[in-house]
Write a protein that binds this ligand. Structure first.
Ligand code: SF4
Length: 360
């Protein structure tokens, strides 16, 4: 089937019993390769201050919290990047909470360093990364204005923003009621502007935060609309919500394995030419099964830094990932933070292209 309506998607997400295996098998067969990719990266959360307060978050801290990181300084960042270089990492993943510079402590620290906002600082760090290391920046700094995306495109191989969901209803629940930046319209606008600017883009959905099956279908169709129009979506992450002690959603259930499998399979059916990733560190015992349902990427795997967003879930060792992949007859291969289809003058600034060419 070339075109899927919302009703088709809902029907597929609702399949039961003997209809589940054919869904999995058609998604798996649509994957054009046995190559399962990952990006060897370093994960750099420049600050954990955020203006939002999502019901599932353990990353965000307030200035008075013990574990707050107001701003990583140049020396800290480049000590990690130097180590990452030694390990042969090719991706420097820069992320932080949304609009952290709305908070006085971050704003003052940036001002002391000579920056008027966090995006200026991020640009400088990405620029230095390009010049002084063998890594390519991939930034995921929350919702952005078009002018900010345009500037950051100069120094990023790709960028990312999880759509999470198109459900506005969740803005009135514990999930997103304190998170103005999780308004789906704002996130769609950022992803759309990235498309207009031809930025290779990673997005994804968060599954199990109270969204309905219909809303999952609508979210997938929205990503499809954006990709059909701009052709810039390189990867879709299907991430399962995980309850964690101390969060407002601590007692919520995570989505079932079958729900996740169906979501991955349907995503691959809708996006045969786009990478589909399920984070392996959040699915330690189930990760392989997603490859059987059409997933084809393990995402960023870091030999040098932990997953600061999910610190309780260490990344698997690369050797383990290789064994997990090969055990089911597929093979593991490293990719860059930008997917091969996007390595061209349409999608990348000349500086990024030159650097990628220097790897050959
Ligand atoms: S936007 Fe991200 S960092 Fe901020 S509260 Fe939500 S999940 Fe946490």
């Amino acid at each position: 089937m070339d075109e899927y309506s919302k009703e088709d998607i809902v029907a597929l997400l609702n399949v039961k019993g003997k209809d589940i295996l054919p869904l999995i098998s058609s998604a798996e067969s649509i994957r054009k390769t046995d190559r399962i990719t990952y990006s060897k990266n370093a994960f750099l959360p420049l600050t954990n201050i955020c203006r939002n307060d999502c019901g599932y978050c353990t990353f965000k801290k307030n200035p008075e919290d013990k574990e707050v990181r107001i701003l990583m300084n140049y020396e800290e960042i480049f000590a990690i990047l130097k180590e990452a270089d030694k390990w042969g990492c090719k991706e420097a993943l820069f992320t932080f909470g949304e609009y952290p510079d709305n908070t006085a402590e971050v704003k003052e620290t940036l001002a002391d360093l000579g920056y008027s906002n966090i995006i200026e600082y991020l640009y400088f760090i990405c620029d230095e990364t390009l010049q002084k290391t063998g890594l390519l920046p991939h930034s995921n700094p929350g919702i952005l204005k078009k002018s900010e995306l345009k500037k950051l495109r100069e120094v990023n191989a790709s960028m990312g923003l999880m759509l999470e969901t198109t459900s506005k209803r969740l803005m009135k629940t514990v999930v997103h009621e304190k998170s103005p930046g999780k308004d789906p319209d704002l996130r769609i606008k950022t992803i759309e502007n990235a498309g207009k600017l031809k930025i290779p883009f990673t997005t994804g959905l968060l599954i199990g935060i109270g969204e309905t099956i219909e809303e999952r279908a609508e979210s997938l169709l929205e990503i499809k609309r954006l990709n059909d129009e701009y052709g810039h979506i390189q990867e879709i992450i299907i991430q399962n919500f995980k309850p964690k002690p101390g969060i407002p959603m601590e007692s919520w259930k995570e989505p079932s394995l079958i729900e996740m499998i169906k979501m991955v399979a349907v995503t691959k059916l809708l996006f045969p030419n786009t990478g589909v990733q399920v984070p392996p560190n959040l699915n330690k015992h189930n990760a392989q099964v997603f490859l059987l349902a059409g997933a084809d990427d393990w995402g960023g795997i870091s030999p040098v830094t932990k997953d600061y967003v999910n610190p309780e879930a260490p990344w698997p060792e690369l050797d383990d990932l290789k064994i997990m992949t090969e055990e089911i007859g597929l093979f593991l291969d490293e990719r860059l933070p930008v997917y091969p289809n996007f390595i061209n003058e349409t999608f990348l600034d000349e500086r990024i292209l030159d650097k990628i060419n220097s790897f050959k």
